[in-house]
Design a protein around this ligand. Structure first.
Ligand SMILES: Cc1cc2nc3c(=O)[nH]c(=O)nc-3n(C[C@H](O)[C@H](O)[C@H](O)COP(=O)(O)OP(=O)(O)OC[C@H]3O[C@@H](n4cnc5c(N)ncnc54)[C@H](O)[C@@H]3O)c2cc1C
Length: 486
């Protein structure tokens, strides 16, 4: 049985941020992730917004960690090399009543110490965002965008380089408390740890019930999105939000420019029974378009190239208004077991601040001594498509794999696919390539590059095609031969 001082259950942005924070200390840490890569759950399927802190009630944990996390993101992005753009956001009002809501949000923002908030009249908004229809807008300059899975991958990969163990495709199945340690049973055997952190997102209740009776319930709430083709990327420059929906405890269908030049419409909000049901529906796609048109009336039809859904991990039901604060606490019955419950939006923004808080909690149970050296390396791979012609030709002369374009839509080369597959986590699913170098994320959604990536996996990484997975342990890309071999 392998011993660790800290075991983290879940390699989403919360588990990965904590792993990264702990990688700065002289302790041995393991992360169990049941998916084939980090960011397998909600952390890959959200809006990617670094929120400012105007939406959560002052003195809530959500407000505190959102504002603290927002301030930490610039240095995190610089250190780890993932892109972050402070494009700001407008919350828009369609009538006089909604202007009162803008005032209310501004007051909350002031109480939460969010800087730079201003209410602009419709003409000023129109000057900045000519395609928007509104009579006024609350301008929030401290809101930004990142690519959420890139951030999670960067945290996890850098933590790995600083000796945190990430065990992928390793599902925690049971937990037992011994005198002063825990036994963690997984599909890959038993492990031992002094402190266990439950960062299992939507499965946080399942983990708690392995060792005690949960005093809470999770209410999954699905949010669907549409991704628009890059051709429409210039429709807006900043994020545009409606007045938040108070009945459901969500921010409403907003329009978000992504780091890579697409536009997101969404998310919807639908309480569901199954926390794994990330299906997207035709009806909701129609609704998303309709609601987005309230913000951009001239939004053209047939602009979407993809749809996805993420599930909110809510501690409050639809009946009770859908809003509850985070619960970040140590179990009273099982000291050493730390729970992170209900980490819904703004969880991505809050992740680095939550990681610092949990590190403080861990320091009360063990001596945390800082390492003297840390490997800090910008994880982000150089993107061929973003290089100058001179840079591109220098690379091609050095290594002709830079000259072989594998994904035509996103201009991703064979060298980049190989680099993505050589990641420190040893994540080898098809989606691991996609989330690291964008192959398969363009207009044809993998129609062209899939066969080339399969070839590279087979020829250069000696993979058996029947073992190749799309994104999760059981999602085999190929299930058998169409013809019998002669
Ligand atoms: C629609 C939507 C939009 C959002 N937009 C934003 C936004 O713009 N900005 C923002 O700040 N926040 C946003 N959020 C919130 C944010 O995405 C989440 O708070 C955050 O991703 C939660 O991260 P996590 O690590 O707790 O959960 P997850 O990402 O779900 O990670 C939990 C991990 O635990 C693993 N796991 C579960 N059970 C086990 C087990 N038994 N053994 C091993 N592994 C296990 C899962 O596979 C998963 O990878 C949004 C959320 C949603 C749903």
């Amino acid at each position: 049985m392998k011993n660790f001082q800290v075991a983290i259950i879940g390699g989403g942005v919360i588990g990965s941020a904590l792993a990264w924070e702990l990688s700065h200390y002289k302790i041995n840490v393991v992360v169990f992730e049941m998916g084939s890569d980090v960011a397998s759950g909600t952390s890959k399927a959200n809006s990617g917004v670094i929120h400012s802190g105007i939406n959560s009630p002052p003195s809530s944990l959500k407000a505190r960690f959102c504002v603290e996390g927002n301030k930490m993101f610039q240095s995190l992005a610089t250190e780890l090399g993932f892109p972050l753009k402070w494009i700001g956001k407008y919350v828009i009002a369609k009538d006089e009543d909604e202007i009162k809501e803008l005032e209310r949000l501004k007051t909350i923002g002031h109480k939460n110490k969010v800087a730079g908030l201003e209410i602009h009249d419709g003409l000023i908004v129109k000057k900045k965002e000519p395609n928007i229809s509104c009579i006024a807008g609350l301008w929030v300059p401290t809101a930004g965008v990142i690519t959420p899975y890139e951030c999670t991958i960067a945290l996890a990969e850098n933590a790995t380089e600083n000796n945190v163990r990430f065990l992928l495709e390793t599902k925690v199945k049971y937990l037992k408390k011994k005198a002063d340690y825990f036994v963690i049973g997984t599909n890959k055997g038993e492990f031992q740890a002094d402190v266990v952190v439950n960062a299992a997102g939507l499965n946080c209740g399942e983990i708690v019930s392995m060792i005690e009776t949960p005093d809470f319930q999770i209410f999954p709430c699905r949010g669907e999105y549409l991704v628009l083709d890059k051709t429409y990327g210039s429709l807006i420059q900043s994020m545009v939000y409606p007045i938040p929906n108070k009945e459901l405890g969500v921010l409403g269908v907003h329009i978000t420019p992504t780091i890579d030049g697409n536009i997101l419409l969404g998310p919807s909000a639908e309480f569901i029974d199954d926390s794994y049901d990330t299906s997207t529906t035709k009806e909701m796609m129609k609704t998303l378009f309709q609601e987005a048109r309230e913000i951009i009336p001239a939004l053209p039809e047939d602009t979407a190239i993809n749809a996805y859904a993420g599930i909110r991990c809510k501690l409050a039901s639809q009946k009770t208004g859908g809003w509850a604060d985070y619960r970040i606490e140590e179990s009273k019955r099982n000291p050493g077991l730390i729970y992170l419950l209900g980490i819904e939006s703004p969880g991505l923004t809050a992740a680095p601040a939550i990681a610092k808080e949990v590190t403080q909690m861990i320091s009360r149970r063990m001596n945390l001594e800082k390492k003297t050296t840390i490997r800090i390396q910008a994880i982000r791979r150089s993107r061929f498509s973003e290089m100058s012609l001179d840079e591109q030709s220098t690379l091609i002369q050095r290594d002709n794999r830079w000259g072989r374009v594998v994904c035509r839509c996103e201009q991703v080369t064979e060298a980049e696919v190989i680099d993505a597959l050589s990641n420190p986590l040893n994540a080898q699913a098809f989606s691991s390539v996609k989330y690291r170098c964008r192959a398969g994320m363009g207009r044809c959604q993998g129609g062209f590059c899939t066969q080339h990536i399969v070839r590279i996996m087979e020829q250069q990484f000696h993979k058996d095609v029947k073992e190749l997975k799309l994104k999760s342990p059981n999602s085999h890309l190929f299930i058998g031969n169409v013809r019998r071999e002669i």
